[in-house]
Design a protein around this ligand. Structure first.
Ligand SMILES: [Zn+2]
Length: 159
């Protein structure tokens, strides 16, 4: 799961031939959860229009590989601007925590939030995800040690 500070998601959609989940329950869920994430983070969700696409996990890996140059573990989902790419195995009511995590990245982007390093940016998304699991019992809480390691100083190279 990672945030891509890039534009051009529409181009990706064309290139990869993924299908939009239009008028889908996932869009309704994203619309419902966005204000929740906004409340948790203090970000504004005004005028934010989220697009959710289901793509094969390999495609998510491909997007991650294409846009990141580090050796991070492969993400389960990925976000580019206001476009969330969820894996095809995503199940509503079971994996909603992943959607919440990615929606945090959407609002980070929409609010032009600044972080000292990407680890801090990820940490916020995991914290919101964790709060969602606490509140709803849906999904899986992020590993505490992994969360602890999401600090700028845990990385030799900061950006
Ligand atoms: Zn992330």
């Amino acid at each position: 799961m990672r945030y891509l500070p890039i534009v051009g998601a529409a181009g990706l959609v064309v290139l990869l031939g993924v299908s939009a989940a239009s008028a889908d329950p996932i869009d309704d869920r994203a619309s419902d959860l966005l204000p929740w994430v906004a409340r948790k983070t203090g970000y504004s969700a005004d005028h934010v229009k989220v697009t959710v696409l289901f793509v094969a996990p390999q495609t998510i890996n491909l997007i991650a590989y294409r846009f990141t140059k580090d050796g991070d573990p492969q993400p389960e989902a990925i976000t580019a601007g206001a476009t969330v790419f969820l894996p095809t195995w995503f199940e509503l009511g079971k994996n909603d925590d992943i959607l919440v995590h990615e929606l945090t990245h959407v609002l980070q982007s929409a609010n032009d939030s600044k972080f000292r390093c990407r680890a801090e940016q990820e940490k916020q998304a995991y914290e919101v995800q964790s709060a969602f699991v606490d509140e709803t019992g849906i999904g899986k809480k992020p590993d505490a040690f992994a969360l602890f390691m999401l600090r700028c100083t845990a990385y030799a190279v900061q950006y």
